[in-house]
Ligand binder design. Structure first.
Ligand SMILES: [Ca+2]
Ligand SMILES: [Ca+2]
Ligand SMILES: [Ca+2]
Length: 472
């Protein structure tokens, strides 16, 4: 019977089809997975794989013939919760433990009904909690030596009382699907929990029969279609530093200037330095404006400290006296979003302005943000989204008034904010799959799912500081 537990080709609908499209590579062979090396990959493999499994075994149990074994029958039968139930086992050992199961769909094809047609029978797929031996399983016994705790596998120690999926069955010669993703995920990651699935019908005066694995026509047999991500490779990526610290650390600050500020503002900064554990220094400054300027500045110094920890005193001089500001309105395009305006376009961004500083702000529902830059001056502006790579626009003339700058499309997929999309991001993404964690929600729909994976995959191995051309 295990011979039938074959891997078939990447298949059918929806999610699986999507992932197949993502994964499809020239020369991908039919028969196992469709996995593609990401563009530019050098060692790590970001794979979405899809397999179709046939049951390792199946049978049904019947209260009217409680000692009969039906494991070789061509059919699987379901009728009322207390009449007939069907059991199926799948061998998922071909999927490595630690994989993330994105989707698992169980397909059964009806081949007969008893009683009145046109009635919908609700059939639930329940997790089986007890080992059963197909050739020894009947209404009374799970195996020759072990009876069901309650006849008909009706106790919660025999099978979960609640189904993982319920599908209404109403037509013959029709394929029906049950989404048992959560169940297969358990089987993959805790193989000892895999006792298969039992199909239980609701109370309704109709019996439906499905083709079993013993049906000679393979097209009619049950199948389980699974799409999954392999565990992340345990790579030790060599990272090229993206910053080249200069002798003089550049103080970066968040500036909230008031439009009517006049006079000279001087800022005094108090340093909190933790040089032992981490090269990151954080210090906070409160600007005392003279005479009327207001604003709180938060300075973050990311320069690598020298061997000896010394107190750094930075003085930022905001030349507000008679100096107008340029209101630089930046426009970014974010990948995978619906048409603007949309809440999905709201994203924290970090904006570096050469010779001025760094601003922490957030795009609006159109992907716009504003920073105030003392004018006039020519600046290079770098924009990095919380989950994107950075784009740079050079030689922007910041003149008093409103300056509109298009920064183009920010490339998604950087979970850990290191300006690379690589295996580290994939590892974080994988651990957050199926959650609402914004760190891996690349398309801003407040959920981490296959759409985000698609973005991560398409941008894999890219790095930031992408120069945006002048006429963009
Ligand atoms: Ca069978
Ligand atoms: Ca990254
Ligand atoms: Ca998302």
């Amino acid at each position: 019977m295990s011979q039938r537990n074959t891997l078939l080709r990447c298949g059918l609908p929806l999610l699986a089809a999507l992932l197949c499209l993502i994964a499809l590579a020239p020369g991908a062979s039919v028969g196992k997975s469709l996995a593609a090396e990401p563009v530019g990959a050098s060692g790590a493999n970001l794979s979405a794989e899809s397999v179709v499994l046939r049951p390792a075994a199946d049978t049904y149990i019947d209260i009217e013939n409680p000692t009969v074994f039906y494991h070789a029958d061509w059919t699987l039968r379901t009728k009322a919760p207390t009449q007939k139930k069907s059991l199926l086992k799948f061998n998922v050992s071909g999927i490595p433990a630690g994989s993330t199961v994105l989707s698992a769909q169980l397909y059964l094809k009806t081949n007969w009904y008893v009683s009145q047609a046109g009635r919908t029978l609700l059939v639930g797929a329940h997790k089986v909690n007890r080992n059963w031996v197909p050739s020894e399983t009947n209404w009374r016994n799970a195996s020759a030596s072990v009876p069901w705790h309650e006849e008909g596998a009706n106790h919660f120690t025999d099978r979960d009382s609640s189904p993982v999926a319920v599908t209404g069955v109403s037509q013959v010669n029709t394929e029906y699907a049950w989404d048992i993703t959560s169940l297969v995920s358990q089987w993959v990651n805790t193989p000892s929990s895999n006792y298969g699935v039992i199909m239980e019908a609701a109370e309704q005066s109709v019996e439906f029969r499905f083709s079993s694995i013993d049906e000679p026509n393979t097209n009619l047999q049950p199948k389980l279609e699974i799409t999954y991500l392999l565990p992340p490779p345990t790579a030790t990526p060599t990272q090229t530093p993206t910053n080249t610290p200069t002798a003089t650390p550049t103080a970066t600050f968040t500036n909230t200037p008031t439009a009517t500020a006049t006079g000279t503002a001087t800022a005094t900064h108090t340093l909190t330095n933790t040089p032992t554990a981490t090269p990151t220094q954080t210090f906070t400054a409160t600007a005392t404006a003279t005479p009327t300027a207001t604003g709180t500045q938060t300075l973050v110094d990311t320069a690598t400290p020298t061997a000896t920890a010394t107190v750094i005193t930075a003085t930022a001089t905001a030349t507000a006296t008679g100096t107008p500001f340029a209101s630089v309105w930046g426009q970014v395009t974010l990948q995978g979003r619906p048409g603007a305006p949309d809440p999905a376009w709201v994203l924290p961004v970090t904006v570096n302005v050469s010779g001025v500083g760094t601003f922490q702000t957030t795009t609006d529902q159109y992907g716009r943000f504003m920073v105030a830059v003392p004018a006039p001056r020519i600046v290079d502006i770098r924009v990095k989204g919380a989950t994107t790579l950075s784009n740079i626009k050079n030689n922007v003339p910041a003149i008093a008034g409103i300056v509109n700058v298009d920064f183009g499309t920010l490339v998604a997929g950087d979970c850990n904010n290191d300006n690379l999309v690589d295996v580290v991001d994939f590892s974080i993404f994988r651990s957050q799959f199926g959650t609402a964690n914004p760190q891996s929600d690349f398309n801003g729909d407040t959920w981490v799912d296959v759409a985000d994976f698609s973005l991560l995959r398409s941008n894999f191995w890219r790095s930031g500081d992408i120069i945006v051309s002048e006429d963009k």
